[in-house]
Unconditional design. Structure first.
Length: 313
């Protein structure tokens, strides 16, 4: 039994009948590179769960979830050398990357089945303080669905960039997002009335971010539950090999050949594929170490939950 863990807790999207509703919309993601497709799926997942915690209506949750899945659809037409560049984009490349918002909007508007979700594609990089793109809108003009998508989008982008495989230290990502809810100091000195009015806002919505905290805590508990499940598996294997070890000790002490054969056969019956009388003690020791390591990770995850609960936005 291999150890399995998906960074995002599964969500019961079927409760919203999204399988049928999203069949066509999701087919649009087939042309994406695996990285962008996975990101789009993660954002859709997060948006759905944030909306549930916000107690949004069923209709809005369905709409927002599909907008989340399709928010980066415009990246289908961004050159791979820009989209998949591992390092920092040049100013010219960033301008090309930014066009995925308007391209995605145009794609949705040209397709009657995608048209209702065009706002997610167009507005998900707008910032409450007017520093976003493509239109530099401020809070009052940014659709709420786009404000939710932006938080989910930034969170998944940071998680992916930093290559998180576990929620240990995930509070560092949340602390960075908290910074985006704060006003930018340089805007306070800007004389333009429009910017002066919005200096009190950050880039992302604080309430949506607080709701994301709840989702992240759920996911951390999910990871802990996966570890508990794997520990149960390890303990079963340890019990099996400890029984084999008892036979091994008796075999070592046996004098008669028939007794030695009896205990040897008993050991072999307990061993699984890849295990032999020569290596099973080493494997048993590896299981002991694995249990110790998983318990340490679990404690770190419980500590992480305590840290997240103390974070203030």
């Amino acid at each position: 039994m291999p150890e399995k863990f998906d960074f995002y807790s599964p969500v019961n999207l079927k409760s919203y009948n999204l399988d049928a509703v999203m069949k066509y919309q999701l087919s649009m993601l087939d042309g994406m590179d695996p990285f962008t497709r996975r990101h789009s799926e993660n954002v859709g997942n997060l948006v759905c769960r944030i909306c549930e915690y916000l107690r949004c209506s069923r209709v809005f949750i369905i709409h927002a979830t599909i907008c989340g899945y399709l928010h980066d659809i415009g990246k289908l037409f961004i050159p791979p050398k820009v989209l998949q560049k591992p390092g920092k984009l040049t100013p010219e490349e960033f301008e090309i990357m930014k066009t995925h918002t308007t391209i995605g909007y145009e794609m949705c508007m040209k397709d009657i089945k995608l048209r209702p979700y065009a706002e997610g594609a167009l507005y998900h990089h707008e910032a409450l303080n007017g520093t976003g793109y493509p239109q530099g809108l401020t809070k009052k003009d940014i659709p709420y669905v786009a404000q939710i998508i932006r938080v989910a989008d930034e969170y998944d982008a940071l998680v992916t960039k930093r290559q998180y495989k576990t929620h240990v230290h995930i509070s560092d990502v949340l602390r960075d997002l908290i910074k985006d809810t704060k006003p930018e100091e340089h805007l306070k000195a800007v004389a333009l009335d429009q910017l002066a009015e919005n200096y009190r806002f950050g880039k992302i919505d604080a309430k949506v971010l607080r709701t994301l905290f709840k989702v992240v805590i759920d996911d951390t508990y999910y990871e802990i539950s996966c570890l508990y499940e794997y520990l149960d598996y390890l303990k079963t294997q340890i019990k099996r090999l400890e029984t084999a070890y008892k036979y091994y000790e008796k075999m070592q002490k046996a004098k008669k050949e028939k007794d030695i054969k009896y205990y040897r056969d008993g050991i072999r019956l307990l061993l699984q594929s890849g295990e032999t009388i020569d290596n099973f003690l080493k494997i048993l020791d590896e299981y002991y170490n694995a249990v110790k390591e998983r318990k340490e990770v679990m404690q770190k995850l419980y500590d992480e939950i305590k840290i997240i609960k103390k974070l203030r936005v």
